[in-house]
Write a protein that binds this ligand. Structure first.
Ligand SMILES: *Cc1c(COP(=O)(O)O)cnc(C)c1O
Length: 797
């Protein structure tokens, strides 16, 4: 149906009028969107069926990527690109007087994730399908994704997100594949033929109903599946009050938890985790058993990957199935389980390591609890053999201790592979955070540096740049992103510079238009677009950026001769609703923006913009327009970062600390093509262990830092009262845990270096082009190939 424009137009008009029972001229853009989405889904349905059939008949190994988050964003445009029909549709629709880009903007982002972790899962799905690898996502179909953010009077206000408001054209409900998930109740123990058996009785059963979404590879016939589970009441009598039961059941897939670091000890969260795992494993094993005889060979045909510890109950749940339903012995079951499961660690922040109190865990999941206890006892016994008498070590490493179940320990003990997400992060895991485990299981630890799909983040998000690249080096880079390295030959090419400049200008115009429309602020297109967009977190140090802006503002006010290269400082960030400190920083950014944007003295030099509701579709507009990418976390804290890669791929220069994947970006582009500053991870960790940094002393010795910090509390910002005392105290009373003051002067010097380079436009473009040229390594295609070869053992279908 996409074979020619004429045929497409005919089919599209027919469908549109049939669906809505009115003339095409009278349809709304939303209706036009739904009709197009339906056509796309139909167009791929035979490939979807064929892919699944091929997987069944060849019996090749499949990977199931279990993740509590999938931050997909919009799908229409990307699906059209991957089908290779975007251009055809754009033209055909244009002839009908329909603007495809407007139609695309009708789609509400599927925002089933908080940030980097969920977006990584989405990029991985795209790479799996595009590389023809048999890999599927398993997640939860939250009714409400991450909250919508409004800024009111400078404050973040959260509204419930409603992505399913107009229905979801991409999903197919598979009611026939629903499975039962059990909570609460008790476990009865009895003997059958001399074997100890277990029965979960008096449980509350709920239904998990799968909704499948096709994952379309780029110009390939592979269509994989993202299976999202919806919680529904079971259609049989319970002894519960019907309304309460319905409400409690539906709550399980109602909201995404809006906290990307620490999980409050909420029963609902644990229910969500088990719900995801139990339903996914049930369907994985059901499908395996249809085509295979022997469950003991499971790991030869199935790999199960857990994205962080949220799905770690896959380990005891698989044990439960193998022991209680398949009647394997403990040792047999344990061998199959550990060979099947692999785990990615995403953070070393201790507050983010999941720990569940036994008193919550045990009543909710009684059989799973028994298995976790048994895993723990056997593990501790092994440790006792290895380290006789070393009680401290064994207690440090135990899975269950002091009434808490440590999910990361369970994940390490129960999987055959544990990976970090950037070199430095994997090293910190091995050498520090998980050293005890590395000593016991050295071969399990490995690194898989994160990546991003260059198809969404370059080809789709920045068609102007993509066209320029293809005109220069051909189109091979789209299939093989390492080919972007051919652009290096254009680093000094003035005609390429000229075209690149025009592309950047065009993208800056588009973003400037969005800024004007959303905030009323008019920005200077010749200014440096200096961007920090990511979740709001103390360790990501939006505060460092804000302090630098205040410092520049003060200099401009004090010194009438001071000049600087004009800048537009752009922020976008959601704060977790309960994270008061992060919310104060949002208010501070907006207060600085008000101050700066209304001051005629600084007007020629700077504007500060906070764009509300940062999400994937907004990122796609911001990143291509960026000149300078802010990646300024406290060294050692940002496991990898993926925002940094998106910017680099679009030709922004990075100003950043030596943290996460910034280090590998520096290795790739060379130190002349990135601006780094600040403490190293080693220095930061040394201060944490040995002390030696006193923020108050530092503050007293640096006048300009003092001025900025005082402005938080001395009435500099009108109408905020004692609002920012919390930030002030974190710096001076709590000794500046994230080294904001300590790194401020080297940050400011690095920003002067940015200016120096920007003044020499040739040099700037040269560096930009080298960044793009070296970004191929950070395609998630490379990452997924490594997972596939080194962890999952998949072969191309
Ligand atoms: C890529 C991405 C992130 C992750 O950004 P970092 O800078 O790596 O923290 C978060 N949110 C959205 C919407 C993204 O697209």
């Amino acid at each position: 149906m996409f074979s020619s424009k004429e045929q497409f137009k005919r089919r599209y008009l027919q469908r549109l009028e049939m669906m809505y029972g009115k003339r095409f001229e009278d349809t709304t853009v939303m209706e036009q969107y739904h009709a197009l989405g339906q056509l796309v889904r139909e167009a791929i349905s035979s490939r979807w069926i064929e892919t699944n059939e091929a997987y069944r008949t060849t019996k090749q190994k499949q990977v199931y990527y279990l993740s509590i988050e999938f931050l997909l964003g919009r799908l229409l445009g990307n699906n059209l690109v991957n089908l290779g029909v975007y251009g055809l549709c754009e033209e055909a629709l244009g002839e009908l007087g329909i603007n495809l880009s407007e139609v695309e903007q009708c789609e509400i982002d599927a925002g089933l994730g908080n940030g980097g972790l969920g977006r990584l899962a989405a990029c991985f799905l795209d790479s799996l399908a595009s590389l023809d690898l048999p890999g599927h996502g398993c997640g939860i179909r939250y009714k409400h994704g991450l909250f919508d953010q409004k800024i009111v009077n400078g404050y973040q206000v959260e509204l419930p997100e409603q992505w399913l408001r107009h229905g979801n054209v991409w999903e197919v409900k598979r009611a026939d594949k629903a499975v039962q998930v059990r909570f609460w109740g008790e476990v009865e123990t009895y003997y059958v033929k001399g074997r100890l058996s277990f029965k979960h009785v008096n449980a509350e059963t709920i239904l998990a109903v799968p909704y499948d979404m096709p994952v379309i590879g780029y110009e390939t016939n592979t269509v994989n599946t993202l299976r999202l589970w919806n919680a529904e009441p079971a259609p049989f009598p319970t002894n519960r009050d019907a309304l309460t039961y319905k409400r409690e059941t539906e709550a399980v897939s109602e909201f995404l938890y809006p906290d990307d670091t620490n999980d409050e000890g909420k029963i609902l969260r644990l229910k969500q985790q088990y719900f995801l795992v139990a339903s996914s494993l049930h369907s994985i094993i059901r499908s395996y058993k249809k085509h295979h005889e022997d469950i003991q060979h499971l790991h030869e045909y199935v790999a199960i990957h857990i994205n962080d510890t949220h799905p770690v109950l896959a380990i005891p749940e698989l044990m439960r199935i193998l022991l209680d339903e398949e009647n394997l012995s403990w040792d047999e079951a344990w061998s199959v389980t550990t060979k099947t499961i692999s785990y990615t660690n995403h953070t070393t922040l201790s507050e983010a390591l999941e720990k569940w109190p036994e008193h919550i865990f045990k009543p909710l999941l009684p059989r799973i609890y028994m298995i976790v206890k048994e895993v723990n006892e056997r593990f501790c016994r092994e440790l006792w053999e290895l380290y006789p008498g070393e009680w401290d070590r064994i207690e440090r490493m135990a899975i269950v201790s002091h009434g808490l179940i440590r999910m990361a320990h369970l994940a390490i003990v129960g999987s055959h592979s544990i990976n970090g997400v950037a070199k430095i992060h994997s090293d910190i895991l091995k050498m520090r955070e998980m050293k005890d485990f590395y000593d016991v299981y050295p071969t399990r630890f490995n690194n898989k540096t994160n990546g991003i799909t260059h198809r969404r983040w370059l080809l789709k998000a920045n068609p102007e740049l993509s066209t320029l690249i293809s005109e220069s080096i051909g189109t091979d880079w789209i299939r093989s992103p390492m080919e972007l390295r051919m652009l290096e030959a254009y680093a000094d090419d003035s005609s390429f510079h000229h075209s690149f400049q025009a592309v950047k200008k065009k993208r800056k115009e588009i973003l400037a238009h969005r800024i004007k429309q959303q905030t009323g602020i008019v920005v200077d297109l010749d200014s440096i677009f200096d961007v920090q967009v990511k979740r709001l977190h103390a360790y990501k140090r939006q505060l460092l950026n804000v302090f630098h802006i205040m410092y520049l503002y003060n200099r401009l006010k004090e010194d009438s001769d001071f000049e600087m290269v004009p800048r537009t400082f752009i922020f976008g960030a959601k704060a977790s609703p309960g994270y008061h400190y992060a919310k104060k920083i949002i208010k501070l950014i907006n207060s600085v923006a008000d101050k700066v944007n209304s001051d005629p003295r600084v007007a020629p030099y700077m504007k500060v913009v906070f764009l509300e509701n940062y999400r994937v579709s907004l990122a796609e507009e911001i990143i291509p327009a960026t000149d300078l990418s802010e990646q300024i976390s406290t060294a050692s804290k940002e496991a990898s970062g993926t925002g940094n890669m998106k910017f680099m791929m679009n030709g922004a220069l990075t100003i950043g600390t030596l943290d996460g994947a910034n280090i590998e970006i520096r290795e790739a582009v060379g130190e002349d093509n990135i601006i780094t500053f600040g403490l190293t991870a080693e220095q930061v960790l040394h201060y944490y262990q040995k002390g030696g940094y006193t923020s108050l002393d530092y503050y007293h010795h640096h006048k300009s830092i003092q001025t900025v910090v005082e402005q938080l509390v001395n009435g500099f910002f009108p109408n905020v009262g004692s609002e920012f005392e919390m930030i002030y105290d974190s710096l001076l009373e709590q000794n500046d845990e994230f080294f904001v003051l300590k790194d401020l002067s080297s940050y400011s010097l690095a920003q002067q270096e940015v200016e120096r380079v920007y003044r020499d436009q040739r040099s700037w473009y040269q560096k930009s082009i080298i960044n793009i040229a070296k970004s191929g390594y950070f395609s998630s295609d490379r990452t997924i190939k490594q997972y596939s070869d080194e962890i999952w053992g998949l072969s191309i279908r």
